[in-house]
Structure formats: structure tokens, C-alpha cells
Ligand binder design. Structure first.
Ligand SMILES: Cc1cc2nc3c(=O)[nH]c(=O)nc-3n(C[C@H](O)[C@H](O)[C@H](O)COP(=O)(O)OP(=O)(O)OC[C@H]3O[C@@H](n4cnc5c(N)ncnc54)[C@H](O)[C@@H]3O)c2cc1C
Length: 380
């Protein structure tokens, strides 16, 4: 598979892209379709990716990460998603959301306890959404009650990536009332009083773990609080900004995978005595797809560079995620169209890309929520 072009890549970025492209082609591509059918998460390949330094690029080196930035993370996520969206999103949620929250809010000691696990190939989860609150995240009800030297957790979390396979979960829970009563706590897999129920029947992203997580009298040490009590929501906002850059990059990867597949098919498929690639109607569709992805790259990498320079990239990240996820869906839809009837069967990857991409206008801020946020920020 070719490497998608990025006019602004420096040599180090190009080398990183080459490494992740080669890993994705050799290790992810062979089993991607089968994993989509079986729903099995490739734990061994994930650990291998971590061994190659492809997990946690923006985590400091002292915690086993790459010591780089969101730009480098995005480059890698894009290459992984071009082949396997579930795998890329697992990296994004585990080494991005969960590790990012621990890095941002945790003490040096807490970071040293959990981050090397996550950069080493164990899985992290980040649990904000609940059965009764998604977009309206501040309405969450899961409670963490402090008694002496411990917190007792009660409540449910919904749609949690790695919710049944995690080693450490960042749980966003209520320690008081209102937005200022929201805190983050680290839950370990061995903590008693937690039950994870994998959610069956997903449209896409099938080989990543998604679970409902229920807490009933789960007691954890008070030292698991990440940041101060009541600081959880402001960290959530920052973690979601970084997450949206990652989701934008994953959308671009899925779109590129779908475009590559459409191009391959259009070259090998013949109609009316010539390959369909030679029809203007097909070439224009391919061109439109390439333009949409190039525009998305402009937004995603601009947001990543802005965040890497230490500035507040909230609005840029929202624009990048919104545009790229919607562009990816259009590209995936075009890919199915160019495949004709073959786009509709699972022997060809076009519909897997579409099914995977379908999540990305929903997770980490729906398109509706992001449009509202962008318009409030732009048109005060
Ligand atoms: C596969 C998968 C993995 C996920 N992984 C995680 C994870 O790891 N951690 C986690 O915390 N969450 C996770 N989520 C949850 C995801 O972030 C939520 O599904 C998402 O935020 C939307 O919340 P909701 O499903 O409750 O929808 P709702 O908030 O109920 O929204 C329903 C509809 O109403 C619209 N809507 C709501 N409010 C407004 C408004 N003010 N204006 C206009 N429209 C509005 C929405 O845009 C949407 O179209 C995951 C979800 C899935 C499906």
C-alpha cells in the first residue's frame, strides 16, 4: 500500500510514517478482515506495536513513550487506521485518552505507576459516558464517595473502549455537585466490585473492545484520585481536545484506505471494454476523495502543531475532527459506489472502512455538539 502524501513532512516524520506504514501492511493487514468478523482484539500485535514505539508517541520517554508530540501520534494513527480502524482507535483511546489524562492530572508517582504499562502494550480505558449521559457529559451520575483512606465507586459507564480488557481505567465520577463536583480516579483491573459487560452487535470497530462497566461498592485507595477533587471536568475538556485530533487522524486513515481500495478496484475492473478508472465519472469521484482528505490533513495537522506548541487547540481540534470524520464518511461511501456490487460484500474492504468511519461523527463529540461549540466560539 502506498504512503499518503503530506507536502509538509520533514525527514523524521517521513521515517515515522514509513515505519508505521510497513508495520500496518505486514502485521495488521493480513488479519484485519477476519478480526472484523470474529471481533477478536489482537493483543499480541498490540504489544508488538508498542515494542516498535508506535504506542504513546507523545508520552515522555521517562514513562516509556516516544517523547514526541500529537503531530507524530497523528501520523502513526493515520497509517494504522488506513489498514485497521479498530486497532488505531484502541491506540488512540488507550495511549491517548487514558494515558493523556494520567499524564495531565496525575502526580509523578502515579504517572510512573501506570504510564509504562500503557506505553508497554497493556490497555487503558477512559470512562466518561454513562447510560444516561453522553453529549451532556456533565450530567454524569457515577459516584465516588470518600470515606477515610478510600473512595467507594457506584454507578455505570457505557460504551467504554477497552472496558473489559483494561489494566488501568481513568474513571470520571462525581465527588460533589455540578461541574465542579467531577473528579477523575484510576481503577485497576484487579479492583473488586467492578463488572464489565462487552457490548455485542456493533456496526463497526468490531475488533476493539467496547463494554458497559458497572461499579457496585468498588473500594479503591484515596491515592487513586488523579488531580484534585473537582478538577476532573477541566481535564476532560483538555483530554478531549487531544482526542479529537487523534480521531481526525484516524478518520483520514480510514478515508485513505477506502480511496486506495477504490483506486485498485477501478484499475482492475473493466466495463465497456476498458478499465473503469478511465471513465470521467469515476476519475472525478477519485479526485473529490483525494481533495477531501487533503483538506482534512490541513486541519488535523494544523491543530496538532498548534497543540504541540502549547496553545489551546480546542476550536481547531473540533473543526479538524468534525471535517475529517464527515469527509471520511463521504470518501468511504464513494469507495463503495466505485466498487459497484463488490462494495456491498465483505470480501472487499470498502464497507468495513465505511462501518468503522461511521463511529467517528459520534464519539468524542458528535458533529452536532461540535458545530454548536464551534459556532459559539466563532460567533460570540
Ligand atoms: C464504539 C464506541 C466507543 C466509545 N468509546 C468511548 C470511550 O472509550 N469512553 C467514553 O467515555 N465514551 C465512549 N463512547 C461514547 C461516545 O462518546 C458517545 O456515544 C457520544 O459522546 C454520544 O453520546 P450518546 O451516545 O449518549 O448520544 P446522545 O448524547 O444521547 O446524543 C444523541 C443525539 O442527540 C444529539 N444531541 C445531543 N445534544 C445535542 C445538542 N445540544 N444539540 C444538538 N444535538 C444534540 C447528538 O448529536 C446525537 O445525534 C463510545 C461510543 C461508541 C459507540
Amino acid at each position: 500500500m502506498p504512503i499518503a502524501t503530506h507536502p509538509e513532512l520533514n525527514d523524521a516524520h517521513a521515517a515515522l510514517k514509513e515505519l508505521s506504514n510497513s508495520f500496518a501492511n505486514s502485521r495488521l493487514l493480513p488479519g484485519a478482515a477476519e478480526r472484523d468478523r470474529s471481533g477478536e482484539f489482537p493483543d499480541d500485535i498490540y504489544r508488538e506495536a508498542a515494542g516498535h514505539g508506535l504506542v504513546g508517541l507523545n508520552i515522555p520517554e521517562r514513562f516509556g513513550g516516544g517523547g514526541l508530540g500529537l503531530t507524530e501520534s497523528a501520523l502513526v494513527l493515520e497509517e494504522l487506521a488506513r489498514v485497521d480502524g479498530s486497532f488505531a482507535l484502541t491506540v488512540g483511546a488507550s495511549a491517548g485518552l487514558a494515558a493523556g489524562h494520567i499524564l495531565r492530572a496525575g502526580t509523578e508517582e502515579q504517572a510512573a505507576r501506570w504510564l509504562p504499562l500503557l506505553t508497554g502494550g497493556e490497555l487503558g480505558a477512559w470512562a466518561l459516558t454513562e447510560p444516561g449521559s453522553g453529549s451532556d457529559a456533565a450530567a454524569l451520575r457515577c459516584r465516588a464517595e470518600r470515606k477515610g483512606g478510600s473512595y467507594t465507586l457506584n454507578g455505570s459507564k457505557m460504551f467504554i473502549s477497552q472496558g473489559s480488557l483494561f489494566s488501568v481505567m481513568v474513571l470520571i465520577a462525581r465527588t460533589g455537585e455540578g461541574r465542579g463536583g467531577i473528579s477523575a480516579l484510576a481503577v485497576e483491573a484487579s479492583d473488586a466490585g467492578r463488572e464489565s459487560r462487552p457490548i455485542p452487535g456493533k456496526l463497526g470497530m468490531r475488533s476493539m473492545d467496547t463494554a458497559e462497566v458497572v461499579f457496585e461498592g468498588c473500594e479503591i485507595p484515596a491515592g487513586r484520585l488523579l488531580g484534585g477533587e473537582g478538577e476532573g471536568f477541566s481535564h476532560v475538556v483538555d483530554v478531549l481536545t487531544e482526542g479529537r485530533i487523534s480521531v481526525g487522524a484516524i478518520a483520514l486513515g480510514l478515508g485513505q484506505g477506502a480511496l486506495d481500495a477504490a483506486l485498485d478496484h477501478s484499475r482492475s475492473r473493466e466495463a465497456f471494454g476498458r478499465s473503469i478508472e478511465r471513465f470521467t465519472g469515476i476519475r472525478e469521484q477519485l479526485a473529490d476523495c483525494a481533495i477531501a482528505l487533503a483538506a482534512g490533513r490541513g486541519l488535523v495537522y494544523r491543530a496538532a502543531r498548534y497543540a504541540d506548541s502549547g496553545k489551546d487547540a480546542g476550536v481547531l481540534a473540533a473543526k479538524a475532527k468534525l471535517f475529517s470524520s464527515e469527509a471520511a464518511l463521504r470518501v468511504c461511501d464513494r469507495s463503495i459506489q466505485i466498487h459497484g456490487g463488490y462494495g456491498y460484500i465483505d470480501e472487499y474492504p470498502a464497507h468495513r472502512f465505511w462501518r468503522d468511519a461511521r463511529l467517528l461523527t459520534i464519539g468524542e463529540g458528535t458533529s452536532e455538539i461540535l458545530r454548536g461549540f464551534i459556532s459559539r466560539s466563532e460567533f460570540k
